[in-house]
Design a protein around this ligand. Sequence first.
Ligand code: SF4
Length: 351
Amino acid sequence: MSMPIEYKEITIERALGNLGALGTRFWTRHCFDPYINCGFNCIYCNTSTVRHNDMQESSVQVCAKVNAPKVLTKELAFLKQKGIVSIGLAMDAYQPVEKELGLTRQVLQVLKDNDCPFAIGTKSDLILRDIDIISEASKTSPCIVSLSITTLDEKLAKQLEPNAASPKNRLNAVRRFSDAGVTTGVWLSPILPFITDNDENLAEVLEAAVENGAQFVLGGALDMRSPVGVQNFLKKYYPNLASTYEYLYKKEDGSYSYYPNESYLYDLYKRFILQCKKFGVKSYMPHFYTRKQALLFYIRSFGLEHPSFPELVSLLNYVSPSQEILQTINLRSKGRLFGKNLLQALRYFPH
Ligand code: SF4
């Protein structure tokens, strides 16, 4: 359902958020969102303050940080070490208002002019407008583009992400960026239990991603931190699933958890990995909320005695890459040299 969107211009004093030096499982050092809130109105959004509680009168106010290019220019001049800047980590940087304002484009131009690497994730093919800046920037610094695609079913996508680009158009963006030589991938996220988690849906998205040149795929289960939008969606389209979602996500205190219960999650991610292998996805990674969850998953599912390279890389995304851990894994993998491969893989998982 589309909701009215109000726009407001704001000014900021600081732009870059610091994610810590390699302290994040996404391998990005900084983050910046040109907008606060988002006009795509995805039913599962947990970052935008879309008011989902009354579907009749809901609205969202999007704020554009109009002085961001200036502030960013100043900050980059003083930045000692330019790590990858994650753009649109929380709010989509190519949401509808961007077409008119061109704020994200200005931000990318500043990053490019300062040789600062960046990673962008979006649900919009409006990103194609900036292919000139992004492909130019990626010649000198590692720049990564990710398109979020949960299903190829156009009708379902419209119900889930009312104002976002169609899956077909998002795939076209993957193709165009990949052809332009930019490291490009797909976020198969969020995966909705018993709606988009079946093998057929996973296979369709993964096959299309590979066919269109995606170099990596990140898989992620639905996060139910803000359950109201999902609950309204279920009430309308899948009333029989309401109690199943409660079983998977509801905690004893009545609140909803980030991720579904672990046996469901581990089964989903194991199937995701099998499908990635089947379709020849170059690099893939299921997304976990905690390191403990990730470690348990990999140990239970694959063991650590003879880890295959993709699983090893995925695991490394959830631990700090300290020398000690690298040495341990080197020993465990019986001296197999993976330093070069590891560096290559890091290119694919900045986000
Ligand atoms: S695109 Fe992302 S930020 Fe925007 S509404 Fe959807 S989930 Fe929220």
